[in-house]
Design a protein around this ligand. Structure first.
Ligand code: DPP
Ligand code: ZN
Length: 872
């Protein structure tokens, strides 16, 4: 497989000014005619051939300016078509044939539940027709779809419909025109028998936009939340970024078979149905949240991604990092900012820090890849969002907005780089972000070590901050980063202290952002009457690991008094983490855990604190996060310790969990709003502790909740509690759930995940058996994610079973899957990437699977790259 390097980037030699596509849709043989209006770029020497990417296409014909092209004027190979001796401008007409129903990769044009749909990002368009499949070639698209009218009454593409009519043999056609030039990765078409709901949004300047959500007809009663979310997103982008929508219609289509979460095709988003469909009895609170977030994300791409797009795929974070930041802030504004931040930090620290410390570590702007699909990563997305967040923190909201305005204004209609983004922020504000750019180019998670010194005579408090970033593949030495450290100081009673730095005439507030630019810097605060407790990284102001030798009593003080929700939560998590990592499971009782028990009691009773924040504070650190703090990961040990502490807390506070549970019992109708969801979250956490007592009363409580639940959140929480317990009815309840929901594919996904993540000795056998169950299919990415990925990445004890059977099972599934859908196979293979973190026996078992994958005959580029880099 060929490696592509950023340093080899060349601007396109040829431009495509306009393209007309004509599809004769048929599941087994679709004919695609394309008319490419090309023009040689000014800098291109005459005689330079035009390269058109193409993959798995059958070429039926090619002509230039109306004349068939002689065979010696073009050359066809595995990568596409090269056309020679072209005039400076002209019209190339190409006809190809493709087989949508046989497309198991779900990249290009394929069918899902009998309907046609497309996925072109990153390189799927070349599986539809020959074309310069690169984001810096932007053209106006006109698309005509022809199909059987009864099978495909709905025919959609980007932009606006401009013509339609009847054809012979019961067929019909619609022509769509997209007035905005775009790269081909944003092309989309949908054809099928779909139902829809519609609504309308009036933009700030008074333009009327028709909104549509298309789904399979049996799902029409599950679209309202997505539509409401879309309208909120449109309004938010106007209010916060001044960005309006630009076409007369905005369409969303939900399909069941989709590799990613969703896709921002211009005017015609295509979504994995799990991010559209919700009804109180089928979707959980977190489904509702995720739908709002992803609907927002794809909508925000209309500006950050579509109007201004990426020059090349190394710049992916230009649109993804920025757009994730935008969707996180949208969700924070719509719900609880503190809960949102803690949730986002948790994802980052559990998954991205891990990626950054392993063999797949890469900068936010990677510099090489084999398969670009492998770089839709937590680093490009979530760390990329943190990088934009730091720019927001350093500049402040007004200056950040000015910079974004400048960026959109300068680059509207262009394909640009992350550097162009930073340049615009600099230019709009007259600042230099030279050193800040390291965040885009250097991989690895910096460690921030803090030393403190209090001088009682001088009444000064000195904080010395030192940064260090570990080596990552291909990058041994790193330049210091520009790190914003939002901070404050508290006195022994937990009160915030005014902050006057050495040399300042007076204090500047009680919270401020220190900028660490050197390897080491000392900040001295004055007028400090007694030794204070420092609070660092408020709001998690930088994606770094913090080393600060807090005393337990200081953490307890912060967990009770700190205002910043993240730092308050973090203090409690650190206390719990220390217990979990420094004592054997059997010691986690009595005196030792008494301070934690008291802290939990206090949190549980703190009626002033948002229930969702209480639930977060009362949740013990996850096994995946704890693993970041040990040299050799022993999954059973981490799990055992966490379970032991959970049981101890459960027993120590049994009456309190029960009282809180009862107090939060609600009757009224379901609403997914943040307050109601927060109450359910806390109540279900109480249930989770109660069931850890493994007594009859707790089982009865869970069974009662399962039977009487009126929404999926409560129903699933009860089921999950039971499945992870020794309750004798657990199997019966699982069966009941399946028989009730077997017709709803998204609910069945939850049923699969619950079983795959259950901490039971027989989980592997069960997962293996479920691969043969009618509910499972390797053809559907959601099923693979719900069963196989949930097991491999969400059940460390099961997957890393001493016998190696988990490795062999998942390895085999990956190899089978690779022949059908390489993107999904490669994602599943990420479960093996961290093999060096385990003991020698596990290392050997994981490495063996990676080697077998890499050396398999016919291995895909995607899987090869993950296996090879992991072993590398
Ligand atoms: N569809 C993916 C996303 O929106 C890739 N653009 O993040
Ligand atoms: Zn995106």
């Amino acid at each position: 497989p060929v490696t592509v390097y950023l340093k080899d980037y060349q601007p396109p030699a040829w431009h495509i000014e306009a393209v007309e596509l004509d599809f004769d849709l048929d599941p087994d043989a679709t004919r695609v005619r394309s008319r490419l209006h090309f023009r040689r770029a000014q800098e291109t020497a005459p005689g330079t051939p035009l390269h058109l990417d193409g993959e798995a296409l059958e070429l039926l014909g090619i002509s230039l300016d109306g004349e068939p092209l002689a065979a010696d004027r073009y050359r066809l190979d595995e990568a596409g078509l090269e056309v020679r001796d072209l005039p400076e401008t002209g019209l190339l007409e190409i006809e190809t044939r493709i087989q949508p129903a046989a497309n198991t990769e779900l990249s290009g044009l394929y069918t899902s539940s009998g309907n046609f749909c497309t996925q072109c990002e990153a390189e799927g368009f070349r599986r539809i027709t020959f074309y310069p499949d690169r984001p810096d070639v932007m053209a106006c698209f006109t698309t005509t779809l022809r199909a059987d009218k009864s099978a495909c009454p709905v025919l959609l593409s980007n932009g606006n419909p401009v013509a339609s009519g009847e054809l012979e043999d019961g067929r019909h056609y619609v022509t769509w025109q997209d007035p905005f030039p775009k790269p081909c990765y944003l092309f989309a078409l949908v054809a099928g028998d779909l139902g829809w709901i519609e609504d309308r949004f009036v933009t700030r300047s008074g333009r009327e936009v028709d909104l549509y959500i298309y789904v399979q007809k049996h799902n029409l009663d599950k679209c309202d939340h997505a539509m409401a979310s879309l309208k909120r997103a449109m309004k938010w982008d106007e209010a916060v970024y001044g960005r309006e929508y630009d076409l007369d219609r905005y369409m969303i289509v939900a399909v069941d078979d989709f590799n990613m979460g969703a896709m921002e095709n211009k005017g015609l988003n295509i979504f994995n149905s799990r991010y559209v469909l919700a009804r109180p009895d089928t979707a959980t609170d977190s489904d509702y949240q995720n739908i709002e977030g992803v609907i927002g994300h794809e909508y925000f791409h209309n500006w950050s991604g579509n109007r201004v797009t990426c020059r090349d795929w190394f710049q992916l974070s230009l649109k993804e990092g920025f757009t994730v930041f935008r969707d996180q802030e949208f969700s924070a504004d719509m719900n609880s900012r503190g809960v949102q931040r803690i949730t986002d930090v948790n994802i980052l620290r559990t998954h991205q820090f891990r990626e950054d410390a392993g063999p797949m570590a890469h900068p936010v702007k990677p510099d090489h890849y084999v398969a670009i699909d492998n770089f839709y990563t937590v680093t490009v997305y979530n760390k990329g969002a943190e990088v934009v967040r730091m720019l927001h923190t350093l500049l402040g909201p007004e200056a950040f907005r000015r910079g974004c305005d400048r960026y959109f204004e300068r680059h509207d209609g262009q394909a640009v780089t992350t550097d162009d983004f930073v340049n615009a922020l600099e230019a709009a504000n007259g600042v230099s972000l030279r050193q800040f750019r390291c965040w885009y180019d250097q991989a690895g998670t910096p460690e921030l070590t803090v030393e403190r010194h209090y001088d009682p005579q001088a009444c000064t408090f000195a904080l010395t901050l030192r940064q260090q970033c570990p080596a990552t593949p291909g990058q041994s030495a790193k330049q210091p980063f520009h790190i914003p450290v939002a901070m404050g100081l508290r006195d022994g009673e937990g009160r915030a202290l005014p902050l006057r730095l050495y040399g300042e005439a007076q204090a500047v507030g009680e919270s401020r952002v220190l900028e660490l630019c050197q390897e080491e810097e000392t900040f001295v605060f004055q007028d400090i009457a007694a030794e204070p407790v420092p609070v660092l990284l408020r709001g998690f102001s930088a994606p770094v690991k913090l080393n600060l030798d807090y005393r337990d009593a200081e953490l307890a003080l912060l967990s009770a008094h700190e205002d910043d929700p993240f730092c308050r939560w973090e203090a409690g998590q650190t206390l719990a983490r220390r217990l979990l990592l420094t004592h054997p499971p059997e010691a986690l009782t009595g005196e030792l855990i008494q301070p934690l028990v008291e802290a939990c009691r206090h949190t549980l009773d703190d009626a002033a604190l948002d229930p969702a924040l209480r639930a977060l504070a009362l949740t013990l650190p996850g096994e995946g996060y704890l693993a970041e703090f040990v040299d050799t990961i022993e999954p059973q040990q981490l799990h055992g310790a966490r379970e032991a502490l959970r049981r101890a807390l459960a027993q120590a506070l049994r009456p309190e969990w029960e009282a809180c549970y009862q107090a939060l019992t609600e009757t009224g109708p379901y609403s997914p709003d943040a307050a109601a969801a927060g109450r359910r979250r806390l109540r279900n956490l109480c249930l989770n502790y109660l069931i850890a007592c493994e007594d009859e009363a707790a089982y009865e409580l869970a069974l009662g909740q399962y039977r009487s639940a009126t929404n999926m959140t409560d129903s699933l929480a009860a089921l999950q509690a039971l499945v992870n317990s020794d309750c004798p009815q657990r199997e019966a309840v699982l069966e009941d759930f399946y028989s009730r929901w077997q017709a709803d594919t998204l609910v069945v996904d939850k049923w699969l995940s619950l079983q795959a993540t259950a901490a039971r000795p027989d989980t592997l056998d069960r997962v293996q058996a479920l691969t043969g169950h009618p509910a499972f299919s390797l053809a559907n990415p959601n099923k693979v994610y719900s069963l196989l990925r949930a097991f491999a990445q969400g059940n460390p004890v099961g997957f890393h079973n001493e016998s190696g059977a988990g490795y062999r099972f998942i390895g085999e599934q990956i190899r089978t899957l690779d022949a059908r859908n390489p993107q999904v196979a490669a994602r599943l293979a990420a479960a093996f990437t961290d093999w060096r973190r385990y003991n020698p026996a596990r290392q050997a078992g994981m490495r063996e699977q990676l080697q077998t994958m890499r050396d398999a005959p016919g291995v895909s580029r995607d899987l090869y790259e993950i296996a090879e880099r992991s072993l590398g």
